[in-house]
Design a protein. Structure first.
Length: 242
């Protein structure tokens, strides 16, 4: 294996341990000797792996003291932040912030889509809504999540803005996992169905303001449900349902 690949392996495993909570924000990570022994690689390889995480602002080096984990808010790598949001434990702040990001992107996208969505897309949108209803009746969480994601993806595409689609694409994996967690709550499913109906109806009127307001109300309900059904119970994880 090339040394560059080894650097990546060491950096990824250390990041995994950070995300898993083994090294929380503010704590020191193991030194070069310990990591080189653990991975059976040279200290130079470990040093380069640490530099990789330092460049992403995941780690901070304090001369004479050691290397410490930065809080998630300081991380500069989108991939690393998404991994933390998807795999991290009890990060309520990340769950809430994910909904805040969705609110900014999806409310605007829905406003654009109102003027650009075609009849065929609207028909498909209502079809996904019916699929959500059917999955809700059958207690099929996987089918419900698939239809929910497809509903939102269609609106993002209908917005006709390539930048929106590109910005949202990396979020898909983390949203799928979090929706699966939140959609296990049947009350959240019911709320989502009601709001999706209002969004589809607003888009069918081709009224941008009504469409934006409908999506914004859905995002607020999603946030309220997260706090009431997930975070209140100490779950800390699910923030993308709906």
């Amino acid at each position: 294996m090339a040394r560059k690949s080894l650097v990546g392996v060491v950096a990824d495993e250390l990041l995994d341990r950070i995300i898993a909570g083994e090294f929380p924000p503010g704590s020191a990570v193991p030194g070069e000797l310990e990591l080189s022994a653990r991975h059976e690689v040279s200290r130079m390889t470990v040093r380069e792996a640490m530099k990789t995480l330092e460049a992403q602002q995941i780690l901070s080096v304090e001369r004479g003291r050691g290397t410490f984990v930065n809080p998630l808010s300081r991380w500069a790598s989108l991939e690393a932040v998404l991994r933390a949001a998807s795999e991290g434990k009890n990060d309520a702040a990340a769950a809430v912030q994910l909904i805040e990001l969705r609110r900014m992107l999806e409310s605007g996208a829905c406003e654009l889509a109102a003027a650009r969505i075609n009849d065929s897309e609207l028909k498909t949108l209502y079809g996904e809504l019916e699929a959500m209803r059917a999955a809700h009746e059958k207690h099929d969480v996987a089918a419900f999540v698939a239809a929910d994601l497809a509903f939102h993806d269609l609106i993002l595409r209908a917005a006709g803005n390539v930048f929106v689609a590109v910005l949202f694409a990396p979020l898909h994996r983390v949203l799928e996992r979090r929706r699966t967690q939140t959609s296990e709550v049947r009350e959240i499913q019911a709320h989502a169905i009601g709001h999706h109906q209002k969004i589809a109806d607003a888009l069918s009127t081709r009224d941008p303001h009504r469409a934006r307001d409908a999506m914004d109300a859905h995002m607020q309900q999603t946030l309220d449900d997260l706090k009431a059904y997930v975070l209140a119970g100490g779950g800390g994880g699910g923030g993308g349902g709906g």
